[in-house]
Design a protein around this ligand. Structure first.
Ligand SMILES: C[S@@+](CC[C@H](N)C(=O)[O-])C[C@H]1O[C@@H](n2cnc3c(N)ncnc32)[C@H](O)[C@@H]1O
Length: 314
């Protein structure tokens, strides 16, 4: 179960204390209502930006941690160096590097002034170099055409960007090693992941994870997504009017490599495994497309979860 680092949690608590809980709840209600409506992507008030950090940042942090930790197991010894975070919001990706004690040179681009302000408050004193550009990501790439990054990230932000293909093209051009795109685990979010995959293929980049098959063989009405469990703080429980101190965050993702790196992968389990009496059913993405594998109890070594690789080849 993932949880924001203590230093970020404590700074966030202090920021949230400046606003009464009823206003924070209203702020959260207003950002939730905006999703999927014409208000989506509108300018955030201070209260909405703080509500985002309290209510959503733990979940996006959880998705980031899941994706990067699995990546690090596949690419042992990889050093994050020059990192770009386009649509950085309140700093969930920075919080990951803080929590892991990873020293990076971190460039954030965020168009919303109030999100940028919370980002600055939460990354102050993080111990690594941070520069924040408060502007549209497309404009940032146009202005700094010669700047290159080792790894670039679009975390829950591509779905908010108007010119998605344009941004993807610019981010691929600016990245020397790996591009990470994480989106909400919805059909729309997955469509954006597929666009990134298509573009990566046409740019000659390889897909590192989660796809095993070159072309996506999922039915058109299906979408590939994964799930991570995160813990909720008291403020988080209060703002969502919830009762549980944990939640499950669904997300879709893709990691592509410009350096043509392609790890050896077992079949990826793309749905929650179904336990039946005497056997387990796994839906997997394999080199031969989407397959259903039915394995008798006892023939599977260890415990395999949704998102894991089955029958590892290395
Ligand atoms: C849902 S938030 C995600 C924030 C953060 N990446 C996270 O994972 O928590 C999306 C962010 O992208 C920003 N954004 C959307 N379009 C943008 C653009 N064209 N340029 C820069 N930032 C953008 C929004 O202002 C918002 O802060």
């Amino acid at each position: 179960m993932y949880t924001l680092p203590e230093s970020v949690k404590s700074d966030l608590r202090k920021i949230a204390e400046e606003i009464d809980s009823a206003s924070l709840r209203k702020g959260y209600a207003s950002i939730s209502k905006a999703y999927g409506s014409s208000a989506f992507g509108k300018k955030m008030s201070r209260c909405e930006a703080v509500a985002y950090a309290v209510a959503r940042m733990p979940a996006t942090f959880g998705a980031i941690s899941y994706v990067i930790n699995r990546f690090r197991k596949k690419v042992p010894g990889f050093r994050f160096d020059k990192v770009l975070d386009a649509g950085s919001g309140t700093g969930a990706l920075a919080a990951f590097f803080i929590s892991e004690g990873i020293n990076v040179a971190y460039t954030a681009v965020e168009k919303d002034g109030n999100m940028a302000k919370v980002f600055t408050q939460l990354t102050k004193g993080c111990g690594f170099f941070v520069e924040l550009f408060e502007e549209d990501s497309g404009d940032f790439f146009d202005k700094f055409k010669d700047r290159k990054f080792g790894c670039s990230f679009l975390v829950y932000s591509l779905n908010e960007m108007k010119d998605k293909i344009g941004i993807l093209k610019k981010i691929f051009a600016a990245t020397e090693d790996f591009v990470f795109v994480i989106e909400p685990g919805t059909p729309e979010g997955f469509k954006n992941i597929l666009s990134a995959k298509k573009l990566a293929n046409s740019e000659g980049c390889s897909v590192v994870a989660p796809c095993v098959s070159e072309n996506c063989g999922l039915r058109e009405d299906d979408w590939c997504h994964f799930c991570v469990r995160i813990s909720r703080s008291e403020d988080h429980v209060r703002i969502k009017n919830a009762s549980l101190f944990r939640e499950d965050e669904k997300f879709s993702y893709i990691i592509t490599a410009r350096n043509s790196f392609k790890p050896v992968c077992g079949d990826r389990i793309i749905k929650r495994p179904m336990k039946r009496s005497g056997h387990i059913i796994f839906d997997v993405c394999s080199e031969n497309g989407i397959k259903r594998k039915v394995l008798a109890n006892g023939t599977v070594k260890g415990k395999y979860l949704w998102g894991d690789e089955l029958e590892r080849k290395q």
